[in-house]
Write a protein that binds this ligand. Structure first.
Ligand code: MG
Length: 205
């Protein structure tokens, strides 16, 4: 694994073992088609995906409205005051995200899409080698991300989902629910899980 900057210098909630797994999955699927992630935040996962794709001459589409998920808002558990735009009265992670892309030299590899899944997905037609879902963790947000992006994954491609907690005592269930939906669809087979990072491979046909 060849990373241009230390991933621990980037704000975010991704374990290094999960990051290494993302890198491995992105490298493996890059020959098929581009990678798309939902929920870039400050770009920690983008650093892993982008580095793997740059090496393979592939691109990453990084979808995020950059207004923070539910848990990032003022008063919530994962709020970071330094990412709050007082003038707009909202979170704004895009500046930090772009700064990290610049530092990592990934601006030619990563295409930021500053929009939510509904807007970004509405006219999407490009088949994808990999989709990484790490957006909002409400049932509605996770379901929208799954329904919007999973149909674009090419046979042999990978759907990766972060924050999978099979035991409700460990965390929210929405990511686990869409993981189960993907399995139940019969269109995917499970790959090895690394910590809370689930991955499934799109079957042929
Ligand atoms: Mg996450």
């Amino acid at each position: 694994m060849n990373l241009p900057v230390d991933p621990e210098s980037v704000k975010g909630f991704l374990d290094p073992a999960e990051g290494a797994r993302l890198y491995e999955l992105a490298a493996g699927t890059a020959p098929l088609g581009p990678c798309l992630e939902v929920g870039s935040y400050c770009g920690k996962s983008t650093l892993y995906l982008g580095s793997a794709c740059r090496e393979a001459g592939q691109q990453v589409f990084a979808v995020d409205h950059h207004r923070g998920s539910e848990e990032h808002q003022v008063g919530e558990a994962y709020h970071d005051e330094s990412l709050y735009d007082a003038r707009a009265g909202r979170m704004d992670t895009f500046g930090e995200f772009r700064r990290n892309l610049d530092l990592a030299g990934l601006t030619d590899t990563v295409v930021p899409i500053v929009a939510g899944t509904r807007q970004a997905g509405r006219h999407w037609r490009t088949p994808l080698g990999m989709v990484f879902i790490d957006g909002g963790h409400s049932e509605e947000a996770a379901l929208t991300d799954y329904r919007t992006w999973a149909p674009h994954i090419l046979p042999g491609g990978v759907l990766a989902i972060h924050d999978i907690f099979p035991d409700p005592a460990d965390g929210g269930q929405a990511p686990y629910h869409i993981y189960q939906l993907a399995l139940a669809s019969g269109l995917f087979e499970p790959l090895e899980m690394v910590r809370t990072l689930g991955a499934l491979q799109r079957l042929e046909g």
